[in-house]
Design a protein around this ligand. Structure first.
Ligand SMILES: NC(=O)c1ccc[n+]([C@@H]2O[C@H](COP(=O)([O-])OP(=O)(O)OC[C@H]3O[C@@H](n4cnc5c(N)ncnc54)[C@H](OP(=O)(O)O)[C@@H]3O)[C@@H](O)[C@H]2O)c1
Length: 290
């Protein structure tokens, strides 16, 4: 059995390559190796490489949530059409598709969920009207995957980081070295998720052949705000967490609306027989304290 990882050069794709179990053949594919938006290229690639029993983990995505607001066509090409092409290929060949999705598929504070929601989202809580272009394309991608390959597993995650350049945790570390005070949003709740923990969970899913046809939620356990996460980053680096000051989402207007509440219930994941991911604080310590 081979495991092909589309979007293999991205954050989750690289974590999958780094955590693969011994003896598992893991093949990462960058967009240069396989452009998932090209239907003919995906068909050709699947005929030449994919065998029944192989696995595709689709980490390829248009993830620039603010740019997506003004370039819906590009986001749709990757997040909807690309996902559909892979699902067509997996269904045609009898391979297994594991498709990555996001907390942005939920409606957020708009409707029908109240803004003061405090119960973590279950997979079926999707209302069908995500407020951002990114969220709408990811939800349409989930539906395209399900339409073409009913056995595919959809895994939604949230707030993924490795601590490297460019992600939230890496950015907080850089800013802490450059500035005295960091002002960080304190009115969005979510579960920071360390990419290698998510990747180990995905490997368990593959090895146990769990969750066929299901939508599962996989994040580190517990919840905090971006402000809470930033404070913990500074504390673990031996810096004064009081250098982080809270602000509101409205203080930092962005093109794409951010979900106020992104906490995903682990019940679908553990119900599929999979080990819960560690608490977010333990995961952050593992990421930063080496
Ligand atoms: N990061 C998060 O916080 C987060 C949260 C929730 C869900 N997710 C989901 O998790 C999955 C993986 O995200 P990530 O954090 O690893 O994203 P990422 O680091 O932005 O990686 C996405 C990858 O997709 C590839 N890609 C883009 N267009 C492509 C195309 N046309 N054909 C093939 N590959 C293409 C990119 O490759 P090139 O660079 O070669 O173009 C990039 O390596 C996505 O489905 C995302 O929606 C992420």
């Amino acid at each position: 059995m081979r495991v092909y990882v589309t979007g293999g050069a991205g954050q989750v794709g690289r974590a999958l390559a780094a955590t693969g179990p011994d003896g598992m053949a893991c093949v990462g594919l960058s967009s240069a190796d396989l452009d998932v938006t090209d239907a003919d290229a995906v068909r050709r690639w699947s005929r030449e490489h994919l065998a029944g029993g192989d696995v595709i983990v689709n980490c390829a995505a248009y993830t620039r949530v603010d740019d997506a607001e003004s370039d819906a066509a590009a986001a749709t090409a990757v997040n909807v059409d690309g996902a559909a092409h892979l699902a067509e290929a997996s269904a045609a060949i009898g391979a297994r598709l594991v498709h990555l999705s996001t907390d942005y598929v939920f409606d957020g504070p708009a409707a029908p969920r109240p803004p003061d929601r405090t119960a973590p989202y279950e997979p079926d809580d999707v209302g069908g009207d995500p407020p951002s272009v990114y969220g709408r394309t990811k939800l349409a991608g989930e539906r395209a995957v399900r339409a073409h390959d009913p056995a595919a597993t959809i895994v939604r995650t949230a707030w993924v980081y490795t601590g490297g350049d460019g992600d939230f945790v890496g950015t907080m570390r850089r800013l802490a070295a450059e500035r005295d005070v960091l002002t960080v949003v304190d009115d969005q709740l979510g579960s920071p998720t360390y990419a290698p923990d998510l990747a180990r969970g995905l490997w368990q899913l593959i090895e146990q052949d769990a969750g066929r046809g299901a939508v599962l939620h996989a994040t580190n356990a517990g919840q905090t705000t971006w402000y809470g996460l930033a404070r913990e980053v500074l504390a673990l680096d031996g810096l004064d967490p009081d250098r982080v000051r809270p602000c509101t989402t409205a203080d930092f207007p962005r093109p794409a609306p951010r979900p106020a509440y992104s906490v995903l219930s682990p019940r679908s994941w553990t119900g599929a027989g999979l080990a819960p991911l560690p608490d977010w604080r333990d995961a952050l310590r593992a990421a930063l304290v080496r």
